[in-house]
Design a protein around this ligand. Structure first.
Ligand code: NAD
Ligand code: IPM
Ligand code: MN
Length: 349
């Protein structure tokens, strides 16, 4: 298996080093090997060379690698976020990674930020549409910088895009033996684009009579995720809403540092990354939580069919949380590298 590794910026570098360490440990145990190629694409690289990613970058990822592992992208020295747009969003678009799979699973009751809730209440997945919505950057600015400025950023919803993510959510629920899918939109205010979500959801849900289909407006979903997360099994929503509610999901898991994600086109080269960003104030200080990155590497292995190895990594993370071998964001006193070392040892044991 060939894996492209893009540590990126800030704590992306810190946490990716630990994910790579843990992948090495799981390979040692299983006797299988991964060929990891480190790619320097980042703000540093962009500022030094003027290149965000090479002209053949997307083709190379798609054709030469089985998966891509990313840390995070974002740096205050690149205020327009140009490099992150090319490297992260560009790869989502160009490799057509239409499923943003973000599991939200609390590993230990002690990490739950909600009163009287625990692991039994926080165990669901979010499917975020990942190739359209407001992220496509269709629009423009007129008279920019003046008091007459007009700024337009259109939201794109296509039948193809909406249909395939909603179908994916139902197919996942069915395959996992889950009984509920909730779709969230803002069709009460966005009566054009989100009418399409309504129509498709109605159609697809009718093909799955055994699955209870429900709808919430996105504002109510945000509220219920905090008030009563136990009611959710599978949530499906658009690109922007999915971005926002999965940060809530991160908080429900104890913090953003715990949350993992896969940017997936089933059957094709896909990209895995923690949900968090580059957290510049934490970068290089050995304090970032590497568990979201490590769990993202487990999602990657699972998607590649290395199920046993993925389970081994997940079990090690749960064991570390149970043992208090964690960084300070979730209450521990260990550094990023110590947590990575502990996880690697646990995986080997
Ligand atoms: P962020 O996720 O980087 O950090 C927000 C806060 O969450 C941090 O200040 C910290 O308190 C906490 N946090 C996040 N990850 C943590 C970890 N691993 N361990 C401990 N605490 C953690 O979000 P932000 O500050 O809004 O964005 C910073 C930069 O990252 C921006 O440039 C943004 O565009 C970028 N970003 C990139 C990605 C990505 O590459 N996938 C995702 C989100 C944000
Ligand atoms: C995420 C991030 C990205 C997004 C940013 C960095 C563009 O927040 O992956 O959640 O909004 O998709
Ligand atoms: Mn986000």
């Amino acid at each position: 298996m060939r894996i492209a590794v893009i540590p990126g910026d800030g704590i992306g570098k810190d946490v990716t080093a630990e994910a790579v360490k843990v992948l090495g440990a799981v390979c040692d145990v299983s006797g299988r090997s991964l060929d990891l190629e480190m790619l320097p694409w980042s703000a540093d690289h962009y500022l030094a060379t003027g290149v965000t990613l090479p002209p053949d970058g997307y083709d190379m990822l798609r054709d030469s690698f089985d998966a891509v592992l990313v840390g995070a992208l974002g740096d205050p020295r690149v205020p327009d976020n140009r490099h992150a747009r090319d490297i992260l969003l560009g790869t989502r678009f160009e490799l057509d990674l239409y499923v943003n799979y973000r599991p939200v699973k609390l590993l230990n009751d002690a990490l739950c930020p909600l009163k009287n809730r625990g692991c039994k209440d926080v165990d669901f997945v979010v499917f975020r549409e990942n190739t359209e919505g407001v992220y496509v950057s269709v629009g423009g600015r007129f008279k920019a910088g003046t008091v007459d400025e007009i700024a337009i950023q259109e939201e794109i919803n296509t039948f193809k895009g909406v249909d395939r993510i909603i179908r994916h959510a139902f197919a996942f629920a069915k395959a996992q033996g889950l009984g509920k899918v909730c779709m969230a939109d803002k069709s009460n205010a966005m009566q054009q684009g989100h009418a399409l979500w309504q129509r498709v959801f109605k159609q697809v849900s009718s093909e799955y009579p055994e699955i209870a289909a429900s709808h919430m407006y996105i504002d109510a979903l945000a509220m219920f995720l905090v008030k009563d997360p136990g009611q959710f099994e599978v949530v499906v929503t658009n690109n922007l809403f999915g971005d926002i509610v999965t940060d809530i999901g991160g908080a429900l898991q104890g913090g953003l540092g715990m949350a993992a994600s896969g940017n997936i086109h089933p059957g094709r080269t896909s990209l895995f990354e923690p949900v968090h960003g580059s957290a510049p104030p934490l970068a290089g200080r050995n304090i970032a939580n590497p568990m979201g990155a490590v769990l993202s590497s487990a999602l990657m292995l699972e998607t590649l069919g290395w199920t046993e190895e993925a389970r081994r990594i997940e079990a090690a993370v749960t064991a570390a949380v149970d043992a208090g071998e964690t960084t300070s964001d979730i209450g521990g006193s260990r550094g990023t590298t110590q947590v990575g070392d502990w996880l690697a040892r646990e995986v080997r044991s």
